[in-house]
Design a protein around this ligand. Structure first.
Ligand code: ADP
Ligand code: ZN
Length: 517
């Protein structure tokens, strides 16, 4: 039997292990349980594939994405490893054929979907001499994760039933609550937790707050114009936005295409392939793009809209700079996105979790301190020094006493009975006499016109800050009405002081880039 490093060379062509891989492999080989937290692209798969090659029998790999299963198995077969998959997309005969092969000791790794494993556990365990269980994308088991799949929660019985084989759970989601939940639900036995660094120092982090929609695409076109042969991805919230962004780029003569789940799979595959081969410079895509693609020279990633959560954001920016070279990431953030995302989050299942996760990324976008610290902190990692490679480090924020401003806003909110949204409140503060305002008698209240000197767009940005520091809250289920919080009450009635951040005058993106290069 070859040693792990020999197998690494023989089957994968690599000379040395990445940090942690070897320790994890040894742990599994010692028949102990492990929980592996490693960022996407970090090299999780080898951590169970190599033990699978070394142990007698067949390793069972639980994987949620049927579409990726085939690619993974094909890749292993190409490397001379006997692997197969089992899922509901196959005919009975195909499944029987694979189970026979397992029975004849011809398969080292068997990929199965969680539902298949649960429904066919007796057949599978009769056919296979199970050597280990690898639970990939293990965060799917937790309703605290960002991609909860109820089928996963039924996997809990496996640990007791197969008492003598090691279990390894793997995920790129490292928040503490999810992590604890994974170990508990899978009933792992004294698992050792392997936590890799999530820091990607070569990615610059930039957030552009409050760029008006029309200026946004112009800015992006200029940005791409100065990066002639550099490929990048623009992530958009909706299919429609992808197509719109694509059109604007194409009109500007940029080699681009769009990609979303509404397109047929052949066209999607072509787009992906052409991007990988550098035949397309830019893809305007929804989050459907990028899973499982391995392109090392993506030089920049732009988020046209705020992502739904930090996990998604991290994963998407992580598609830039896999080759380790300096790469740029830019996130656009404005009030309209926040309203829309709040609406989505509050409507779906798991509304509480989704809203909380949304709040975390909003706080990140509004951050007053090093962004990388906040990002890594989210993944339970502490950075002691400021990174020097994010827009806040490069352009430290200033604060001012915002008590009076907050009081004005709160007063307008209270006097309109906490049932109006931000746009109405801002119009009242700015002294608008539009028809609805007069009809509701809002032109008679004391705060009408009290904030006239501040442009409406700036008010939106201050409102966003007020939401984030918790003096206001938004009743997303009641027409996004703004309400005063307990903290807000202290400020309005007890004169408690509050600081706001001076709005950054937006330096044109192009200029910030020139100073960087
Ligand atoms: P993850 O599952 O963590 O997202 P993968 O297991 O798919 O990541 O690995 C990501 C990429 O890194 C793959 O192309 C893989 O072949 C490569 N890789 C993994 N381990 C090593 C290593 N020790 N040396 C070089 N490349 C590696
Ligand atoms: Zn920083």
């Amino acid at each position: 039997m070859l040693a792990p490093n020999k197998l690494l060379k023989k089957h994968f062509g690599y000379d040395k292990f990445r940090p942690q891989q070897e320790e994890i492999i040894e742990k599994v080989l010692s028949n102990a349980d492990a929980l592996v937290l490693m960022p996407t692209g970090g090299g999780k798969s080898l951590c169970f594939q190599i033990p699978a090659l070394m142990l007698m029998g067949t390793a069972i790999v639980v994987s949620p994405l049927i579409s990726l299963m085939k690619d993974q198995v094909d890749a292993l077969n190409n490397n001379g490893i006997a692997a197969a998959f089992l899922n509901s997309s196959q005919t009975f005969e195909q499944q029987q054929y694979i189970l026979d092969a397992c029975h004849n000791q011809q398969i080292k790794l068997l990929y199965v979907s969680p539902e298949k494993l649960i429904s066919d556990i007796n057949i599978i365990s009769q056919a296979c001499n199970i050597s280990l269980f690898a639970i990939d994308e293990a965060h799917c088991i937790s309703s605290w994760g960002h991609d909860f799949r109820p089928e996963y929660t039924q996997l809990g019985f496996l640990r007791e039933r197969f008492a003598h084989v090691p279990f390894i759970a793997l995920t790129a989601t490292a928040d503490k609550v999810t992590r604890r939940d994974i170990m508990k639900q899978l009933k792992l036995k004294n698992p050792q937790v392997f936590l890799s660094s999530f820091d990607r120092k070569n990615l610059s982090l930039d957030v552009r707050i409050g760029v008006k929609p029309k200026e946004k695409i112009k800015e992006i076109i200029d940005f791409i114009g100065t990066r002639k042969n550099e490929s990048g991805i623009i992530y958009c919230l909706s299919r429609k936005k992808c197509e719109e962004a694509y059109e604007a780029l194409a009109n500007a003569g940029i080699s681009a295409m769009y990609y979303h789940a509404g397109m047929n799979s052949e066209i999607r595959a072509t787009v992906q392939e052409r991007f990988i081969k550098d035949e397309l410079q830019v893809v305007c895509a929804t989050v459907a793009f990028g899973m499982g693609i391995d392109k090392s020279n993506v030089r920049w990633v732009i988020h046209y809209n705020l992502p739904k959560n930090m996990e998604g954001y991290y994963q998407e920016i992580g598609r830039a700079g896999r080759d380790g070279l300096p790469s740029e990431t830019i996130l656009y953030y404005n009030y309209a996105d926040m309203m829309l995302l709040n609406k989505f989050a509050s409507e779906g299942t798991q509304a509480d979790v989704n809203l909380e996760k949304l709040k975390r990324i909003q706080n990140y976008a509004e951050a007053d301190s090093c962004r990388r610290k906040i990002l890594l902190n989210y993944f339970s990692e502490n950075l002691t020094e400021n990174c020097g490679n994010c827009d806040v480090c490069e352009n430290p924020r200033k604060h001012f006493d915002g008590t009076i401003m907050v009081q004005k806003a709160l007063s307008a909110i209270v006097r309109t009975n906490q049932k109006e949204g931000a746009n109405m409140i801002i119009d009242v503060l700015r002294g608008s006499k539009r028809q609805e305002i007069v009809a509701a008698g809002y032109d008679k209240i004391k705060t009408h016109g009290a904030g006239a000197e501040i442009p409406a767009f700036d008010w939106q940005r201050y409102m966003m800050q007020m939401l984030n520091i918790g003096v206001l809250e938004m009743a997303y289920d009641e027409n996004f009405a703004l309400r005063m919080t307990a903290l807000g009450k202290e400020i309005l009635y007890n004169n408690q002081k509050v600081e706001l951040t001076v709005l950054q005058t937006l330096i044109p993106l192009e200029q910030t880039i020139k100073t960087k290069r």
